[in-house]
Ligand binder design. Structure first.
Ligand code: CP
Ligand code: NVA
Length: 307
C-alpha cells in the first residue's frame, strides 16, 4: 500500500498544486452557489478529532464533507479514549482502518506527525500550536478573489508569531510573496519553528506602522492562542501597541485588504473600525474555509479532477 498524502503544513504542497487547488476551490464554490449537487465523496467518511475548541473548522469540514456526499464524525478528547492516554500511534492505526480521511486539531505539531506516520489514510492539520494551513489556504483564495495573484505582493503580519504567522511565512516561500512581520519584543518569529527554508520572503519590523507601510494585505490574530491561556495577563501588556487600527490601515496601500482568521477580540488585536470597516474581508475569508476544504478533501481522496 502506497503511503497516503497528508496536509500537515503549508509547504506539503507545491506552487503547481496550489495553482490547481485555487482554481478547483473557485469551481467548487461556483457550483455550490448555483445549488448544483456535487457528491464525488459518496460513501467516504471523515473523522474530525478536536483537542481544542472550534466553530469554523468543525462546521466547514462537517458541512463540506456532507455536501460532497460523504459523512463526518466528530471526536474530542473529553469523551474518547484519546483523552485517557491511549497512545496516538494506536489511535491512528484504529481510526485509519475505519475511515477514509482524518482531520486533527491539537497542540504540538509533533502529535499530528506521529498520528500521520501511523495512519493508512490522509491526515489534515486543522490547527496545531505551530501551523494552521487550512486557514491560509482560504485566506489566499480570498486574496485572489479580491485582488488577483498574491505573487510578489506584501502581507503585513501584526502581533503574535503564532500558528497563523508561521503558516503565512511558509506560504510566502511556496508562492513567492513577502511578509512584513511586527511582533512585540520577546515574541519574534523563530524561523526553525516556522519551518522556513530561509529568510528571503520575510522582514521583521520593530514598529508595526513600518510593517504596514505599502502593504497589500494587513492581517493579525488573537494575542493569546489556545493552549497559551496561562500567559494571557503578560500578553495583554506586551501586545498593547500591536492593535491593527485605522492609523495602520492608512499607511498600507489605499486598496489594502484586512483579514483575521476569527474569532476576533475588538479593542485588542484589532479595532472595531478596522474589522467592521471598508478594508475588511473577514466574512468572505471565513466562508472560504468551506470551499477551500472541500477542494482539499477532494484532492487528497481523488487526486486531480477536471469536471
Ligand atoms: N479560524 C478558525 O480556525 O476558527 P475556529 O477556531 O472557530 O475553528
Ligand atoms: N492562533 C489562534 C487561531 C484560532 C483559530 C489559536 O491557535 O488559538
Amino acid at each position: 500500500m502506497n503511503p497516503p498524502r497528508h496536509y500537515l503544513q503549508f509547504k506539503d504542497f507545491s506552487a503547481q498544486e496550489y495553482d490547481y487547488l485555487f482554481e478547483r476551490i473557485c469551481r467548487i464554490k461556483d457550483r455550490f452557489k448555483r445549488y448544483e449537487p456535487y457528491r464525488p465523496l459518496f460513501d467516504r467518511s471523515l473523522v474530525m478529532i478536536f483537542e481544542k475548541a472550534s466553530t469554523r473548522t468543525r462546521l466547514s469540514f462537517e458541512a463540506g464533507m456532507q455536501q460532497l456526499g460523504g459523512a463526518a464524525i466528530y471526536l474530542n478528547t473529553r469523551d474518547s479514549q484519546l483523552g485517557r492516554g491511549e497512545p496516538v500511534e494506536d489511535a491512528a492505526q484504529v481510526i485509519s482502518r475505519m475511515t477514509d480521511i482524518v482531520m486533527i486539531r491539537t497542540f504540538e505539531q509533533e502529535i499530528i506527525e506521529r498520528f500521520a506516520a501511523n495512519s493508512r489514510v490522509p491526515v489534515i492539520n486543522g490547527l496545531t500550536n505551530e501551523y494552521h494551513p487550512c486557514q491560509i489556504l482560504a485566506d489566499i483564495v480570498t486574496f485572489i478573489e479580491h485582488r488577483g495573484s498574491i505573487k510578489g505582493k506584501t502581507v503585513a503580519w501584526i502581533g503574535d508569531s503564532n500558528n497563523m504567522c508561521n503558516t503565512w511565512l511558509q506560504a510566502a516561500e511556496v508562492l513567492d510573496f513577502n511578509v512584513h512581520v511586527s511582533t512585540p519584543p520577546g515574541y519574534e518569529v523563530e524561523p526553525e519553528r516556522a519551518g522556513l527554508y530561509g529568510t528571503d520572503n520575510f522582514e521583521q519590523f520593530a514598529d508595526p506602522m513600518d510593517a504596514c507601510r505599502g502593504a497589500d494585505l494587513v492581517t493579525t490574530d488573537v494575542w493569546t492562542s489556545m493552549g497559551f491561556e496561562a500567559e494571557n495577563e503578560a500578553r495583554m501588556k506586551a501586545f498593547a501597541d500591536w492593535q491593527v487600527d485605522e492609523d495602520m490601515m492608512d499607511v498600507a496601500r489605499s486598496d489594502a485588504l484586512f483579514m483575521h482568521c476569527l474569532p476576533a477580540h475588538r479593542g485588542e488585536e484589532v479595532s472595531a473600525g478596522v474589522i467592521d470597516g471598508v478594508h475588511s474581508v473577514v466574512w468572505d475569508e471565513a466562508e472560504n474555509r468551506l470551499h477551500a476544504q472541500k477542494a482539499l478533501l477532494e484532492f487528497l481522496l481523488l487526486g486531480r479532477v477536471d469536471d
